[in-house]
Design a protein around this ligand. Structure first.
Ligand SMILES: [Zn+2]
Length: 102
């Protein structure tokens, strides 16, 4: 057996997620990309997702936009968005894309 897994934080271990489709406001069931519909991911991946969520909640609680927070950290808004949403999926990168600007 390979490494233990934990319930997927994206779909809550369901293998798929219900999303509200716009326009129309209907519920759609989408297959979860993060866990490939197995509903389970590696613990490290779950931790990455939780960390991104924490960062996002903290930023929102301070009333900062994605762009403002990215600027503060010396990141691009895109890079920060990747971090908050734990993209790309299933990589082993420990560090977020580092600031490269002078
Ligand atoms: Zn999932």
């Amino acid at each position: 057996m390979t490494a233990a897994t934990v319930p997927c934080p994206s779909c809550d271990g369901q293998g798929s997620s219900e999303v509200l489709a716009c326009p129309g406001g209907r519920l759609l069931t989408l297959e979860c990309k993060r866990c490939g519909t197995t509903g389970r991911v590696a613990p490290a991946e779950a931790e990455r997702v939780a960390d991104g969520k924490r960062r996002r909640e903290e930023r929102v609680s301070r009333g900062l936009s994605l762009r403002q927070e990215a600027e503060r950290l010396g990141l691009t808004a895109e890079a920060l968005s990747d971090i908050e949403h734990a993209r790309p999926y299933l990589t082993n990168r420990d560090e977020p894309r580092a600031r490269r600007a002078g």
